[in-house]
Design a protein around this ligand. Structure first.
Ligand SMILES: Cc1cc2nc3c(=O)[nH]c(=O)nc-3n(C[C@H](O)[C@H](O)[C@H](O)COP(=O)(O)O)c2cc1C
Length: 148
């Protein structure tokens, strides 16, 4: 399995912790959207898209990678994120875009991340300490599942 992971962790670095844990298990190359070269995507059979959730979707630069790729025919993709809350279907936008370009969605991983957005910073933030050791263990187990 040759895996590329495209990740933005713009707020508190929470998603990067998850991304590194997944990348370690599956031996993925982890890059930022600005480092994506479309001509290089052919080197990978699996592509992961991840970021924090900002206004109920992934970071616009991660979405843009999906938008600017002609097709994901023959590729497996996965989506991962950290968020303040988990009840929103914050992967819906990118999932639809990837599916529309014939990607095979191999899996999705979400967990809570530290949120100090807006007024939350004045009250010590939300989900302090997340992702925690258990979240990272679950991310690693998700990653192992990708290899089966
Ligand atoms: C501008 C902004 C908007 C956010 N919007 C949402 C949201 O719609 N839903 C949610 O659950 N969390 C939201 N969050 C919280 C982040 O998703 C959460 O803190 C996440 O762990 C950030 O990941 P990062 O540290 O990797 O950037 C928002 C955070 C910021 C800064």
């Amino acid at each position: 399995m040759r895996v590329l992971m495209v990740c933005v962790s713009a707020h508190n670095g929470s998603t990067l912790k998850v991304a590194k844990a997944i990348a370690e298990v599956i031996g993925a190359k982890l890059i930022k959207p600005s480092e994506v070269k479309h001509e290089d995507l052919n080197e990978f059979d699996t592509i992961g898209f991840g970021s924090g959730i900002y206004d109920n979707t992934l970071h616009s630069s991660v979405i843009k990678v999906a938008d600017s790729t002609q097709t994901f025919e023959g590729k497996r993709v996965f989506v991962f994120s950290t968020a303040g809350v988990l009840w929103q279907d914050a992967h819906a936008e990118i999932r639809a875009k990837l599916s529309a370009k014939n990607a095979e969605i191999a899996g999705e991983f979400r967990c809570k991340g530290f949120n100090t957005n807006s007024f939350l910073k004045y009250i010590g933030g939300m989900n302090k300490g997340r992702p925690n050791a258990d979240d990272i263990a679950q991310a690693k187990s998700f990653a192992s599942g990708l290899m089966n």
